[in-house]
Write a protein that binds this ligand. Structure first.
Ligand code: IVH
Length: 691
């Protein structure tokens, strides 16, 4: 078959499977076959780039790099909405609508106002051909490749239940535009920040900025890794195919777009008020931030009759919920030092009641934020509770600034140890470089070390570490392994918790000590990847630690590896390699590792070190059951990792293949069947290796 033909065929076939899977939750093909088809298409596209189709499913994983985004003009300007915070204004808006429509009956559609980034998607003959940002409303950035990575944005709309290509396409206008809000789901935002915390990277400030930054990334593969989403809320085309906004929402949903099910048709403004009331609290259960509702006249002919002002439509308005805010005085700033030395300013406030809790502190993120807000000491500031747990300062009440206000002097020295602070290139935070001696950094290193995903000695949490350091019983986490029960028994300290104003007693009673000693002893069995993660090397999160260990097999091999070798480990780029090399180049760190070795921690894996043999299993996960003719269990595991595959510890939805041998475990098979995990034989596995 000629390549062009095959590319068309594969694109259609894979898109069909994707639609079935993502829209209808039907898995029509096993993962193996699917991956093979996708791999075939990827190779063909590489060979014949002139035939790549705009709706190619390979775009979902990204891979394009754009230097500067091209500017695109919007076919219809992207306007904004009039805003109001008061119900009286809404009633006023409703009267204007009624007058404008000369008392003709009308209905509203209410939607939530999603807090993200406005996007425009253009479809030609049902295929996504362009995606753009709002820009200044007249022209925006062409970010098509980034938008293609959003799984819920159809690359080709699906129109009827029938799969016949020509028929599917004829049901949509030849050219139309869909607009919506691109966002980073809250859960995804938290996942990314947890990961960033693990590896010592500054946290993303909020989901909205994170989404906006991600959409402007120039490497679409990096965009694909953050699972952005998009709720669509407008349909635009030259020809009229719908009569109401409601019809367009229903149609867009059926075509495969992500339409938030939160919209409602309201017969009058009273119903709108009820919608507003209802979502005032319910909106916090949604997967993204919302800051209000949008009210739209339903009928398109009535929208046309009402028309536009220069900036916004007369047929729609946004009602914004009052942010849960208060104003109070900024009394001072505390500078907190994290595990990697990053200094974070925290505002100390005159206590104020905010949404039922007393707030005394608020986050200020970094030095840039202080500058951006233009805040001075003793100013009256506005504090708000957003989606995040810690309230933040959103502005300064300049009308109440007095001669008392003083500029904030960002400290030049570490507030904890006095070392001069440094600022790393392109980073908003200042750092204390005194990694070893700075007390809060040391404390945070302990906390990192004892966490479940590291050495799992969490019984030492909640002030106990602080007490041990305080009493001079431990200096580095390696000292934990020299502790004796009799040293711990009976020590106690009363902490005064500023936040709650309460005293807290931390004490080591007999049972506590017993638990701690057991946990310390047990931690010696934690696998090498946990030990490596526990060291707290910058950029080495626990997944990276697993990859490194799978590659080197022992701490020794890792410690001796030159920079080039480190950079060659799958998923370890030059930045992580440099960080590892720097860390192991420090003699104190080597002594630290040797002490951990002497204490009996795992410094090697049972598995042999893996020499990379190929990529044929890259990105796929495996588990095996039973015994095999050609491999011992260790050999099989080594083969999987050597070819880029990953071994899972149990059957879950994340598992791609269960390799089934002789005398396979019946429960594993039953579970795999239940979750539709494809099962392959030893021969099939061997064939996969050769691909
Ligand atoms: S409709 C003529 N509907 O709010 C404007 N916009 O201030 C039509 N937004 O740029 C926009 N949720 O980014 C509309 N349900 C929704 C929305 C929404 C959020 C954003 C959008 C727009 C801004 C308008």
């Amino acid at each position: 078959m000629i390549p062009e033909q095959r590319i068309i065929e594969l694109t259609d076939q894979i898109n069909w499977y994707n639609d079935q899977y993502y829209q209808n939750s039907i898995s029509e093909v096993d993962d193996f076959t699917f991956d093979q088809l996708l791999q075939e298409l990827t190779l063909l596209e590489k060979q014949y780039p002139q035939y790549v189709r705009p709706d190619s499913p390979t775009a979902r994983v990204g891979g394009t790099i754009s230097k500067d985004f091209a500017t695109v003009y919007h076919r219809f300007p992207m306007l904004s909405l009039g805003n109001t915070y008061s119900e009286a204004d809404l009633v006023e808006f409703d009267s204007r609508v009624r007058r404008g429509l000369r008392d003709e009956p009308y209905e509203y559609i209410c939607e939530l106002k999603f807090d993200g980034v406005a996007l425009s998607m253009t479809y030609e003959n049902g295929v996504l051909v362009q995606g753009a940002t709002r820009g200044d409303g007249v022209r925006g950035d062409d970010i098509t490749n980034n938008i293609r990575t959003i799984r819920t944005v159809p690359l080709r709309v699906k129109v009827t239940n029938s799969s016949a290509g020509a028929e599917r396409r004829s049901a949509v206008p030849p050219l139309f535009e869909v607009r919506g809000e691109g966002f980073l789901p809250l859960a995804e935002f938290e996942r990314i920040n947890k990961e960033r915390e693990d590896i010592g990277e500054p946290l993303l400030a909020n989901p909205r900025n994170a989404a906006s930054g991600t959409f402007k990334q120039q490497n679409s593969a990096a965009v694909a890794q953050r699972r952005l989403d998009c709720y669509v809320y407008s349909f635009l085309a030259e020809e009229t195919i719908f009569h109401t906004h409601e019809e367009s929402l229903v149609a867009m949903k059926n075509w495969g777009f992500n339409v938030s099910p939160t919209w409602r048709k309201c017969a009058d403004i009273q119903e709108v008020m009820r919608y507003i009331d209802e979502w005032n609290t319910k909106r916090y259960d949604l997967p993204l931030g919302t800051d209000g509702i949008v009210l739209k006249v339903n009928r398109y002919d009535q929208q046309a009759e009402l028309g536009f002002t220069a900036k916004s439509p007369r047929w729609a308005i946004a009602f914004k919920y009052k942010a849960l805010g208060a104003s109070t005085t900024l009394n001072g700033i505390q500078y907190q030092v994290g595990r990697t030395g990053a200094v974070t300013p925290v505002a100390m406030l005159t206590p104020v009641l905010l949404a039922g809790t007393v707030v005394k502190r608020a986050s200020l993120h970094n030095a840039n934020e202080i500058e951006r807000l233009g805040v001075m000491l003793h100013d009256t500031v506005f504090v708000e509770k957003g989606g995040e747990i810690i309230p933040k300062i959103t502005g300064v009440d300049l009308t109440r600034r007095t001669a008392q206000s003083q500029p904030i002097q960002y400290p030049a020295q570490c507030p904890a140890c006095g070392t001069p602070l440094i600022r790393r290139e392109k980073e908003a935070h200042f750092y204390c470089p005194n990694e070893k001696g700075c007390p809060p950094q040391r404390q945070a290193r302990f906390e990192h070390f004892i966490q479940r995903r590291a050495m799992n000695i969490e019984t030492l949490g909640e002030g106990k570490i602080e007490l041990l350091i305080d009493r001079g019983l431990v200096q580095t986490p390696a000292d934990l392994y020299n502790l004796r029960a009799d040293q711990l028994l009976g020590i106690e300290k009363i902490f005064f918790d500023e936040e709650s104003g309460k005293k807290r007693v931390v004490s080591f009673r007999e049972k506590t000590v017993e638990n701690i000693m057991t946990a310390i002893e047990r931690s010696k069995a934690q696998p090498l990847s946990n030990v490596l993660f526990a060291l707290g090397i910058r950029y080495v999160g626990n997944t990276t630690a697993e990859r490194i260990v799978a590659y080197f097999g022992s701490m020794e091999a890792l410690m001796e590896a030159p920079l080039e070798t480190l950079a060659n480990v799958p998923d370890v780029g030059p930045r992580i390699a440099q960080s590892l090399a720097d860390w192991f180049a420090d003699p104190d760190n080597r002594i630290y590792v040797e002490r951990l070795r002497a204490a009996g921690l795992q410094m090697a894996t049972d598995r042999k070190a893996v020499i990379r043999e190929g990529d044929s299993l890259a990105g796929r996960t495996f588990l095996y059951t039973g015994t095999f003719a050609n491999y011992s269990r260790e050999d099989l595991e080594a083969k999987i990792t050597a070819h880029g595959g990953r071994l899972l510890s149990g059957i879950s939805k994340k598992l791609n293949y269960l390799i089934v041998g002789e005398n396979a475990g019946p429960s594993k098979i039953a579970n795999a069947q239940k979750l539709n995990v494809p099962m392959i034989s030893e021969d099939e596995f061997m064939a996969m290796l050769k691909e």
